[in-house]
Design a protein around this ligand. Structure first.
Ligand SMILES: Nc1ncnc2c1ncn2[C@@H]1O[C@H](COP(=O)(O)OP(=O)(O)OP(=O)(O)O)[C@@H](O)[C@H]1O
Ligand SMILES: [Mg+2]
Length: 284
């Protein structure tokens, strides 16, 4: 992997026994442990309400304002992120592309991008424009009037303006045409391949996510139910049946390769694949 000389070194993220409780009443994440090696693309998959966004918000220091209490540990290169404010987490090299993009609709594209670099020395928009050439002639356009795909490019560009070492993305494909999604995903792959960026991605489109990612996990009701190599998950008959909308029957060689870990400690139901099977199918 080649990195430009001025790019930051890739980051290692380690989450141990993460538990998040909202308002002292709703436990959104029960006991989640994950680790991302530098330059990993990791997909966080799961049904609605599984705790995916909560996990990214916990990493990003965004839960205090939502009444979420975070327990466990979240370390970036061995240093704890717990208890830091959102802007301090950004300074450490973590940037979030939030669910629904959350652009400043009345501001221009250029203004939205510059906001991502706040608290950092002024820098050029050029690297973002090279990644997303479609934005070049739209810099003075009001962000709220862009297409969904262009807005997602601005949201990713805004996060990259903070020069992150790890990029967190919450459902970047939501509501976008397949061609735009392919373009955005190939840009993410390029960011990892060329700059070594570590990427943690939430995605409802599991086919797409498992195609891009090196490793992945599935959350259900705040519990981790499966984790492993993305290729093994994509080849697992049960994952295929429940989440990928494909037939469970596979060529024997592919099925044999399905080395998904189910041996994590936790509630018994977490490992009961029959109980899991009877639950709701992944939403379309
Ligand atoms: N601010 C909040 N206050 C109380 N409960 C919340 C809050 N935010 C989320 N929750 C609850 O926490 C649980 C997990 O929510 P979260 O948004 O993390 O799920 P998700 O996996 O991202 O789902 P989706 O795929 O629908 O985006 C849900 O039961 C949700 O209702
Ligand atoms: Mg969510």
């Amino acid at each position: 992997m080649s990195r430009p000389p001025d790019s930051a070194p890739p980051a290692r993220l380690s989450i141990r026994n993460l538990r998040v409780v909202y308002g002292g009443a709703v436990t959104a994440v029960h006991d989640l442990s994950l680790s991302l090696a530098p330059g990993d693309i990791f997909a966080l998959l799961g049904t609605n309400g599984a705790g995916k966004s909560t996990t990214l918000k916990a990493i990003s220091g965004l839960l205090a304002s939502e009444g979420g209490r975070v327990e466990g540990s979240i370390d970036l290169d061995g240093q704890s992120l717990l208890g830091l404010r959102a802007d301090q987490v950004v300074q450490r090299g973590v940037a979030l592309v939030p669910e629904g993009r959350q652009l400043f609709a009345p501001l221009t594209v250029a203004q939205n991008l510059m906001i991502g670099g706040h608290n950092l020395p002024p820098q050029s928009l050029e690297p973002v424009l090279q990644l997303f050439p479609a934005l070049r002639d739209k810099l003075q356009r009001v962000a709220g009037f862009l297409s969904g795909g262009e807005q997602q490019m601005v949201a990713i560009g805004r996060a990259l303006m903070a020069r992150p070492r790890i990029l967190l993305l919450d459902e970047p494909s939501l509501g976008l045409a397949p061609m735009i999604v392919r373009e955005i995903f190939s840009t993410l792959r390029r960011l990892r391949d060329q700059q070594g960026l570590t990427i943690l991605l939430i995605e409802q489109n599991a086919n797409l996510a498992l195609d891009l990612a090196d490793r992945a996990c599935i959350l259900e009701n705040g519990n981790l139910v499966l984790e492993g190599e993305a290729r093994a998950l994509a080849g697992d008959p049960l994952v295929r049946e429940l989440y990928l909308g494909r037939a469970a029957s596979l060529p024997a060689a592919v099925a044999a390769e399905s080395a998904v870990r189910t041996d994590r400690p936790g509630p018994a139901a977490q490992h009961d694949r029959h109980a899991w099977r009877s639950r709701a199918r992944w939403p379309a």
